[in-house]
Write a protein that binds this ligand. Structure first.
Ligand SMILES: Cc1cc2nc3c(=O)[nH]c(=O)nc-3n(C[C@H](O)[C@H](O)[C@H](O)COP(=O)(O)OP(=O)(O)OC[C@H]3O[C@@H](n4cnc5c(N)ncnc54)[C@H](O)[C@@H]3O)c2cc1C
Length: 393
């Protein structure tokens, strides 16, 4: 049996930040992780480059029932504090478009390694290949691992993530434990996830990438809008512009018919596009003229969607408003983040301590908070990890 001041379950970004903060304050800390390495999911973020925060972090880039709660946590350790924290660890950073911050090495592994070294320097007991089976509470917390080891601690921080991309370790264990301890969970669904469509034509142009503006409607009424990269796939659509609408669409899907309107030329008007197509097809067939305007595999698809009217105006109308009906979201396994989680009304926003169970704190995606694409989810992990780990004895 091993005794600590603080035990943190989950060595994701939130758990590692909580551990570093608590150990810097002089606490004896154990960090317990089921994977053989720390930061397994973090390594996969930003396509392996780790978009670790964003210069434009504000509470309105987050979703969850309690905006004031989110704002309070972000204010206490904001993106500037995050950038200073990583620079102090020796990590050079760089800014890309839309305020997105990456390590200058372009490697998520640099972020993970910087955190790992800091854990080591702070003499944290990092327990790897250590899957927590049960947690119990009497005078102190007793954590039982699958291999039979028991860990005793005064303060327990649960940072086990949500249920998204569970192959990286976040299988939802923490959500199960906290519900057993009396906490309320808000409905859980995938956010930042690709969308399946009723129409099958995306399969005919799968692999085509575009920079688009995507408008989501329900019964003709706008419910969301997003711009950026998107991708046609064999099941529907993917890419940041589409995935960022998933959180808004998910709760509506069982009852509503959500239609996506995709504008493949958001920077020019329909009239301008029509004139470009006219010019390009003056002495050529429509197929040949479109070659320089849209990717090859998209040409037959667009011509078919435009119907019998092979006129520049009809093609321009189609390209500015490709419509697709959403049938369902892809599974949580393919999602970047989980929407829903522990009801934040039951958590103190300054310490992230449970209002129901003393000595229990939370950090990261396990709470009912999810952010937009662009570094916002990792900022939530850093901010909430810092608040949870601020334990002065
Ligand atoms: C492919 C992908 C790309 C992404 N890219 C970005 C990006 O560029 N920028 C951004 O801001 N966000 C990104 N995200 C989202 C971001 O990674 C998450 O929001 C963030 O990792 C959540 O941090 P967390 O510490 O709360 O949980 P997690 O990172 O999920 O960590 C939880 C940890 O708890 C461990 N654990 C769970 N149960 C147990 C148990 N029973 N015993 C022991 N350990 C346990 C898990 O193994 C895991 O290591 C991406 C997500 C994915 C899937």
């Amino acid at each position: 049996m091993e005794c600590y001041d603080v035990a943190v379950i989950g060595a994701g970004p939130a758990g590692m930040m909580a551990t570093i903060t608590a150990s810097c304050a002089g606490n004896r800390v154990a960090l317990i992780e089921r994977n053989p390495i720390v930061g397994r999911k973090l390594l996969a973020t930003g396509n392996g480059r780790c978009n670790l925060t964003n210069r434009n972090v504000t509470a309105d880039r987050y979703h969850g029932a309690n905006t004031t709660f989110i704002q309070t946590v972000l204010d206490a350790f904001d993106h500037n504090a995050t950038m200073r924290f990583f620079e102090d660890l020796g990590l050079l950073l760089k800014e890309e478009e839309d305020g997105r911050i990456f390590p200058r090495t372009n490697q998520a592994s640099s972020v993970v390694e910087a955190l790992r070294q800091e854990l080591q320097m702070n003499k944290v007991c990092v327990m790897l290949d250590a899957q927590v089976k049960t947690i119990g509470h009497s005078a102190a917390w007793e954590i039982s691992l699958v291999d039979g080891t028991n860990v005793i601690t005064e303060t327990l921080i649960i940072a086990t993530g949500g249920r998204a991309a569970h192959h990286f370790g976040s299988t939802g264990d923490g959500l199960y434990w906290v519900e057993k301890l009396g906490h309320t969970l808000t409905p859980i669904h995938a956010a930042l996830v690709p969308l399946e469509t009723v129409e099958t034509w995306p399969k005919d142009c799968q692999g085509v990438k575009a920079e688009a503006r995507v408008l989501a409607t329900d019964g003709g009424k706008k419910i969301g809008e997003s711009s950026g990269d998107m991708l046609f796939t064999n099941y529907g659509v993917s890419g940041p512009a589409v995935m960022s609408l998933a959180g808004t669409i998910a709760p509506l899907l069982p009852t509503c018919q959500v239609v996506l309107h995709i504008d493949l030329f958001p920077d020019i008007t329909q009239k301008q596009l029509s004139e470009i197509i006219s010019r390009n097809t003056q002495n050529r067939s429509m197929e040949d003229g479109l070659v320089g305007i849209i990717p090859n595999t998209l040409i037959p698809v667009v011509l078919k969607l435009a119907g019998t009217e092979r006129q520049p105006t009809a093609i321009a109308v189609t390209l500015k408003d490709l419509t697709l009906t959403v049938s369902q979201l892809r599974r949580l396994k393919e999602a970047q983040v989980t929407a829903g989680g522990i009801d934040t009304a039951e958590i103190d926003p300054f310490t992230l301590e449970s209002k129901l169970v003393p000595g229990l704190r939370f950090a990261g995606e396990i709470m009912d908070v999810d952010g937009d694409s662009g570094g916002f989810n990792l900022q939530w992990a850093w901010s909430s990890g810092h608040a949870a780990g601020t334990i002065i004895r």
